[in-house]
Design a protein around this ligand. Sequence first.
Ligand SMILES: Cc1cc2nc3c(=O)[nH]c(=O)nc-3n(C[C@H](O)[C@H](O)[C@H](O)COP(=O)(O)O)c2cc1C
Length: 359
Amino acid sequence: MSNVWDAVTVGRRELKNRLVMAPMTRNRATADGVPTPLVVEYYRQRASLGLLITEGTQPSAQGQGYMLTPGIYNDAQIEGWSRVAEAVHAEGSALYIQVMHAGRIAHPDNTQGGLQPVAPSAITPEGHMHTLNGVKDLPTPRELSTEEIASVIEEFRTAARSAIAAGADGIELHSANGYLLHQFLSENSNQRTDQYGGSVENRARLVIEIARATAEEIGADRVGIRFSPNNGAGSTQEGAEYAETYRYLVKELAPLGLSYLHLMHIGDEELLEWIRANWPQKLIVNRPGRAAEDIGSDIEAGRADLESVGQLALANPDLVWRLKNGAPFNQVDQSKFFGGAAEGYTDYPTVPEDVDSLV
Ligand SMILES: Cc1cc2nc3c(=O)[nH]c(=O)nc-3n(C[C@H](O)[C@H](O)[C@H](O)COP(=O)(O)O)c2cc1C
């Protein structure tokens, strides 16, 4: 039986433990999408976890949805990420860059060049978006042409190459939480009539083509993928067939030999069990809101190889130390999640600084 503190091999890296930092958007890059020295420090602080998955990172200007998110499509961004990779490696952890195309969860004010969002279909999602010019309604996206879809695949391919050039250990394809790839998977956001819409096979086609292209580019063992079956994010409704969609994806992706599948798991235990039995590579399970005392339980029960945590890692730079020593946890400050500077980002105390609170 494995334990969360056991070493494990993921792709080409031996990880010191099985606790993973879940990807978290923090909106602290420059206006050009470059990770700053503060971003380097944020990841460095959290490198006691075995694997850090970065915040969603756009593969192109068009792929940006929120303001001040980092990119991985030009030299300055690659250079910025290389400092992050260097710092994380120096602490003995590994780094995967999450490649995220926001699709229709985007606003022109947040992109370079004021671009209209793109999506599988021109369907307006519900909701609002913070922009540098205030909170605005999400606009109606433009439907991607079949030819443009080929360019999106190439953007992911180039992003994969750039992530490796930056020294990352791999990439995570963001196919979850209502962003572009999830918009293709979901029935209500994908009403296309070409080979990318309609049946389960067609809606899954783009995800599979991107997985193949990026695996071909950098090696399958440096490509992970994230799913969030039926979580309804970004106005997606996957319909009654959602489990079939993910079973199909798992069957098609399994032979590629990807590094891992990262599941944001919201309660379909039967589907989780099925995926566990049918996915031959590493499985990372994220249970939103998992209590600290439950960390490791999916690994011990054999349901996962690794577990990822978001907010606990965000608020506790020394999370591994605290868990091992039974120390209390910092409270997360949600008001500082998105944007700002060091406050609520790199200034969460570690126990040695804060040791009085223990006695
Ligand atoms: C501030 C914040 C930003 C997030 N950004 C992303 C993201 O960029 N990509 C992603 O896949 N998930 C993102 N998530 C979801 C987390 O990866 C994770 O699944 C979620 O927080 C649930 O885990 P937790 O309860 O341990 O925090 C974000 C979550 C938070 C709190």
